[in-house]
Write a protein that binds this ligand. Sequence first.
Ligand SMILES: [Zn+2]
Length: 371
Amino acid sequence: MTKHLTGLQKKLVALTRDLIMIPSDESRPDDIEHCFEFIINHLESLDTVAIKKHYHRGITSLVVLPKKIDKPKILLCGHLDVITHSDSHCYCSHITDGKIIGPGSGDMKGPLAILLKVFMEFHMKHDNLPLGLAITSDEERGGDAGMRFLFDEIGLRCEVALVPDGGSLNEITIEEKGILHLTVKCNGHSAHAARPWLGDNPLERLVDAVSRLRKDFDSLNKDKDHWHPTCALTIIKTPNQTVNCIPSEAEGTLDIRFPTPHTTKEILTRIFNILGDKVDTHTIMSAEPTRFTPDPLYLAVSEEITGMPTIQKKEDGGSDARFIGRHSIPVIISRPIVGELHSLDEWIDISSMETFYRVYELYLKRKLLVE
Ligand SMILES: [Zn+2]
């Protein structure tokens, strides 16, 4: 089935499919450890690098650096966690129409296989090359104990970071929206639903407050590319189970995204003003919008290998790249051609994996070997 593939493609496909087989999602910490071991087993064949595991709040990360270098010129960054699917037997893959299809193939076990392969190749050929590798396991949960911890608390630094977790083959991400995840809560008091005037219905107050919020965010909708703040109500619940009872508590969650020049502080103030003081708000997670400055050499190399112009794009979603970019480190976000991310039919295009590998290879050569 794979005989039309090139030698490099076969290796990348095998490595990707092995990685997909390990269901390394947050509900299976043993499999996350197993996935790290699998990667370390490959890396241990290099004797010029130091392999170090870091732990923070139950999250494991891996940093691999040349033995005498602690600030590499280039750091390859990835995550091995995938999102949780309820069927534990779905973590397998197949090849159809030149694509590897399976959970996590595009985000980001295929790109991770490329990082691993290119890292191994360069270190096998050259001693003490200033090329590092960082792999975390909580990107799908926000990256706080992974990439943020490595850069903010361990002090990991590099001159340029490559993060193949956004964009596409010729699309480089130059901006990501900020994120606010909030819980909103209302308390009231319950009553028989036949006499609602005796109660104070927190569920209705919450729904009213959220619809005021939606109206306000809709007024910010200015362009067809949706490059404006958005607010989505994602969960709404009450402990009440009874049809004819007014509940005493209600809770919801909001997922808010916003581009620069908006800030988390300003968006929060806006939300507090609209919700009023009868709604309790708690921030689950927040991230400022981030702009990235890709290395012009990378853009040139991409165009040389693919024969196509590169497009610099804005991304609605966020990634771990923000934890690196905010230390004024240039971050390059692009990846092979992928699709159906986070679904069971997630895929990565095999020939674009090779092209992407060649882009990384030439960029690393020019950056690390010529200068
Ligand atoms: Zn990802």
